[in-house]
Every structure is written in structure tokens, then in C-alpha cells.
Design a binder for this molecule. Structure first.
Ligand code: 0X9
Ligand code: ZN
Length: 305
């Protein structure tokens, strides 16, 4: 199997980020957006073709939740596809001709490291709570979107602990600061999770419909249709609150409220047979499905904006 068909340690991913930039100096820039609570760097790859900045951009983050290993694998897969098939594949060419792409391969490096060394099923980051001695905040409950209401917990020992206050975690703050700074160009926000095979959009923090609900629904539906047609696999789609559960403080809702009106959470394979322990042999199909969805949605965004 090739590099992209395996899971990689954090060290390997840092090496890959550096190597990818060195091999593609004209198109790849590495941006340090902050550091984790254990002081690991948070690097974003900026893909920008043709030496000219595009007016539009999309953002993809992976690895908010430590144990969802197929998520960072997707970020690497997406970058490889972009760099290898630009000018060969019509869709990715059109996307990269119209948008810069920001990719954060591992948003929760401390948690990811911990799943490789100590506890494969760890979800949260690794910050030490002031009270109680429990470790970790759920970074996808730590954003400022109906923060810590129903669907999150203020109890540090739970898996859905929202943190001391919105953006209390350095990982959350780094992403939020970067997106605030770039909100005039970023039109599409994608965040990659596993598992359950769903394409979700705002809101998850309330049962109310987003203002452009019909657009978001249509985009998710078209993406799911393509996955069904090309890969014979079913993905559910809809607003987060109505498709899975109420869950406030998520990055997708926060980005949406910031003004990034196309905001999606992808839940990749599978539906529970292997769950978070998806075998590496499933990486190619899982990533190609998500790639199809990402490209379908990005093309729609270019059309609409
Ligand atoms: O609960 C989550 O954070 C996500 N599911 S997961 O099993 N990967 O943990 C779903 C996130 C949906 N979006 C929001 N809750 N904002
Ligand atoms: Zn997740």
C-alpha cells in the first residue's frame, strides 16, 4: 500500500507537511496558526495555484477528535489529489483555479499523539482542567455557538466537556482567529469526522433552520447522490440537530455564524462495523467518497458566489 493508504503517526504527518511544502514550493505554503495545549505546532497548508491569490478560499480541518483516524488520512488524501491531479482532473482544476485551499491536517495533535501511544479511543484534547483533575476538552463543544447548552457538558470528566469558556482551548482559538482574519475570502468551511456516513450542515446548536437551508440541503443531497452513484454507499444528510443530535459549540455552526455560509461536517466511514477502528484497507474508498462530496460542494459554491 502507498503512503496515503495507511494511518500515520503525528511525527510522520509533521514530516509529510514539511516535505510537501519543499516538493511544491510554488503552490504550497505552510502557515503556523498557533499551538496546542502541550505546545505542539498547528500547521495549515495553503494550496494556491498560478502564483496569484484567488479571491475565494475554502478551509478543511481534520482530526478535531483524536480517535477518528480516517479524518487526518482524508486531509492528506485531499492534498495529494489536489497536487497530483491539477490540470488532469477537470473538477479539481476548476476548484483550484477559483479557490485557495487551507488544510489543517490535525487540529488536535495532543489527542492524536495520545491515541497512538496510550489510549486508542481518546476523543478530546489533553488540557488539564483546573477543577477535578480530569483531562481534555471536546474541541467540537468549545466554539462560541450556543456554547455549553443542551448537548454539551460542563463536567470535565465527560467526553463532551465544553471547557471553561468559549475558545478556552488554544486549538479552538487558533482556528477561530485564523478564520476571523480570513473570513472575507473563505466561503466554504469543511470539518472532517468519523464515523456514521453523514453530510451535516448547520444548525447543530439549535433546531432552527439556517437561513440558506435549502441551498445547503441541495448541495448535501447532490454530494450524497454522487457517492451513491460512484461508490455505491449511502450517506445521510441534513442539519446536524435533526440528523444526529443537538450539539452546541461546534466549529461548523460557529463558522456559519461568522459568515461562512457554506459550512459542513462530514462523518466518514463506516456505519459502526469497525467504527473508529476502520482498517487501513478501507482508507481509499472512504477518502474518495469524501473527496467526491468535497468537490461537488466546492463546485456549487463557486457557481453560487
Ligand atoms: O458530536 C460531534 O462533535 C460530531 N460527531 S462525532 O461522532 N464525530 O463526535 C458531530 C458534529 C456535528 N456538528 C456540530 N455538533 N456542530
Ligand atoms: Zn468527531
Amino acid at each position: 500500500s502507498t503512503f496515503y493508504e495507511r494511518y500515520h503517526s503525528l511525527e510522520d504527518i509533521y514530516y509529510w507537511i514539511n516535505r510537501t511544502q519543499q516538493d511544491n514550493p510554488a503552490t504550497v505554503e505552510v502557515i503556523l496558526i498557533g499551538s496546542s495545549s502541550e505546545k505542539r505546532p498547528l500547521y495549515v497548508l495553503k494550496l494556491s495555484m498560478n502564483n496569484r491569490p484567488n479571491k475565494k478560499a475554502m478551509w478543511i480541518d481534520c482530526g478535531i477528535h483524536a480517535r477518528e483516524w480516517v479524518s487526518p488520512a482524508f486531509c492528506l488524501w485531499f492534498v495529494r489529489h489536489s497536487l497530483s491531479f491539477y490540470r488532469q482532473n477537470q473538477d479539481i482544476t476548476h476548484i483550484l483555479d477559483n479557490m485557495d485551499v487551507y488544510v489543517l491536517p490535525v487540529m488536535n495533535p495532543d489527542g492524536y499523539y495520545y491515541t497512538w501511544t496510550t489510549n486508542r479511543m481518546w476523543r478530546k484534547n489533553r488540557s488539564v482542567s483546573k477543577r477535578g483533575g480530569c483531562i481534555g476538552v471536546d474541541l467540537n463543544r468549545n466554539f462560541d455557538a450556543n456554547w455549553c447548552t443542551e448537548g454539551a457538558s460542563d463536567e470535565p470528566c465527560t467526553e463532551i466537556y465544553c471547557g471553561e469558556f468559549p475558545e478556552s482551548e488554544p486549538e479552538t482559538q487558533a482556528v477561530a482567529d485564523f478564520l476571523r482574519k480570513n473570513k472575507d475570502t473563505v466561503q466554504l468551511y469543511l470539518t472532517i469526522h468519523s464515523y456514521s456516513q453523514m453530510l451535516l450542515f448547520p444548525y447543530s446548536c439549535t433546531v432552527e433552520e439556517a437561513e440558506n437551508h435549502r441551498d445547503l440541503l441541495e448541495m448535501a443531497q447532490e454530494a450524497a447522490q454522487k457517492i451513491r452513484r460512484y461508490y455505491r454507499n449511502n450517506y445521510r444528510y441534513g442539519s446536524g440537530a435533526k440528523t444526529i443530535y443537538l450539539a452546541p459549540g461546534g466549529s461548523d455552526d460557529w463558522a456559519y455564524n461568522l459568515g461562512i455560509k457554506y459550512s459542513f461536517t462530514f462523518e466518514l466511514q463506516d456505519r459502526g462495523r469497525y467504527g473508529f477502528l476502520l482498517p487501513p484497507s478501507h482508507i481509499p474508498k472512504a477518502c474518495n467518497e469524501a473527496l467526491t462530496a468535497a468537490k461537488t460542494i466546492a463546485l456549487k459554491v463557486i457557481e453560487k458566489t
